[in-house]
Design a protein around this ligand. Structure first.
Ligand SMILES: C[S@@+](CC[C@H](N)C(=O)[O-])C[C@H]1O[C@@H](n2cnc3c(N)ncnc32)[C@H](O)[C@@H]1O
Length: 430
């Protein structure tokens, strides 16, 4: 496998838009589908079963389907599971069924499209939401959040679209594809800047765009997105191997795994230390899709994400981890920033708990392949291969490759130091 890094460098040179539903939702830190495809072919065989315990928007599961492998995915993030299931759901239909459903829904949306022009509504505050917004059956907490982040007329239009999707008779998996398209336009329909990857921000850039008269037309955005999603679903269907099986579950993977099954390959890109806060990033989508109801549920969920930021009140042990490299970093961080030191140690414990469970679910000769970049925290460079090797015990690092990263949604050094301009492929064995 010495040539793997070279193969990837060559493969990633071509500038290609994501196909096969990979880009159907702008998911932060999505693995490059070419990397996934190359690794699946290098480390598994047709018919084998791959598990991605941090499934994100389903890159590995989609590539598994394309290459005739079975797959299982887990993620703690309800939106991530929703997105992945929606994409894989396309495999239940024929090309003509997908096309027919797309045309049917586009026709219905066209019929309920707002007739009035948007210019007059742009800054108008329609104080009462219309019936459709109420029928969207959002919880009180979701309604509050939505009112804060969307213009009133946009809420009404989105609610009409949502209601139309729900009311149009179709199998659940087709509706999920339509809801996936719905989720993927929410950020551009909102007042939040689509760029910051963690959380919601009304930035200077958005204020300027609004002052210039930014126009939001949810109907046009939805029609375009749905048409594209259906096209990509057909593309995915055409390239997939119809005999493979796939399932995705909502689960916190640091806990006991829900099934006793053993896998031929575990393959994932893990959450980065203090990188994307998925719970905050996905708040609007989770509210609209009723994936989370109350603020308390949201807080409980947030704490389950590996690598999430620690608030002052959360007690976290900060004892030495027991590995010389990790404890050296811990010591340096403690001199600079106590909270970051705690976050780092907790990350190591969470990943260690995960690897402990993972090792029990690998066949004797199975590999665990992980793709991860390095971090800089409070000015201290943290080498991911060193950290992963320590926390992955009892597994041992058997191969390592690197490739430069281009054209990934987060390809820049963020203010919190997640340097994601190059990535490591780490291969572990039992
Ligand atoms: C880097 S992303 C994975 C991206 C994925 N490879 C893709 O291409 O879309 C990391 C994922 O880990 C998930 N995650 C974080 N903590 C988790 C936990 N405790 N259990 C399961 N999944 C978790 C996050 O929700 C996120 O989707």
């Amino acid at each position: 496998m010495k040539k793997l890094g070279k193969v990837l460098r060559h493969t990633l040179r071509s500038h290609e838009n994501p196909k096969h539903l990979h880009g159907a939702f702008r998911f932060p830190a999505r693995l490059h589908h070419r990397v996934s495809s190359t690794l699946i072919q290098a480390y598994s065989r047709p018919g084998s079963t791959i598990c991605d315990p941090f499934v994100g928007c389903g890159t590995n599961q989609l590539e598994a389907a394309i290459h005739g492998r079975n797959s299982l995915g887990y993620d703690v993030d309800p939106l991530s599971v929703f997105i992945t299931k929606a994409k894989l759901g396309a495999l239940h239909f024929s090309e003509s069924e997908l096309r027919r459903y797309g045309n049917l829904l586009l026709g219905k949306i066209e019929n309920c499209r707002r007739g009035r022009d948007y210019e007059s509504l742009m800054f108008a505050d329609i104080s009462r939401l219309n019936g459709a917004a109420k029928r969207a059956a959002l919880s009180a907490a979701s309604t509050d959040l939505i009112k804060r982040w969307f213009r009133r007329y946009v809420i009404q239009d989105l609610a009409i679209i949502l209601e139309t999707i729900r009311a149009t008779r179709a199998p659940a998996e087709l509706k999920h594809l339509a809801l996936l398209s719905f989720a993927s336009i929410l950020r551009s329909c909102s007042n939040a800047d689509p760029v910051p990857v963690s959380g919601l921000e009304y930035t200077k850039r958005m204020r300027e765009r609004d002052l210039e008269g930014r126009r939001i037309d949810p109907f046009s955005l939805y029609e375009k997105r749905l048409a594209r999603t259906i096209f990509q679903a057909i593309e995915f269907l055409q390239s997939s191997n119809s005999v493979s099986n796939h399932a995705t579950f909502n689960h916190d993977i640091t806990r006991h795994w829900p099934s006793d099954e053993r896998y031929d390959l575990l393959m994932f890109s893990p959450p980065y230390l203090s990188a994307v806060e998925y719970s905050r990033r996905h708040k609007l989508e989770m509210a609209w899709l009723s994936l989370i109801d109350t603020h308390a549920d949201f807080l409980t969920l947030s704490r389950k994400y590996i690598g999430h930021r620690i608030t002052g009140k959360e007690p976290v042990e900060i004892e030495p981890f027991g590995d010389p490299y990790i404890d050296r970093i811990r010591k340096s961080l403690l001199h600079i920033d106590y909270r970051r030191a705690r976050a780092f140690i907790r990350y190591c414990h969470q990943m260690h708990a995960f690897f402990g469970h993972a090792a029990l679910h690998m066949h004797k000769k199975a590999k665990l392949v992980t793709v991860i970049g390095d971090n800089t925290v409070a000015g201290i460079r943290i080498l991911s291969d060193r950290v992963m090797s320590a926390v992955a015990e009892p597994l041992t690092l058997s191969e390592q490759h690197t490739y430069p990263l281009r054209n990934r949604y987060m390809t820049y050094t963020r203010h919190n130091g997640a340097d994601i301009c190059a990535e490591r492929i780490l291969v572990f064995s039992r």
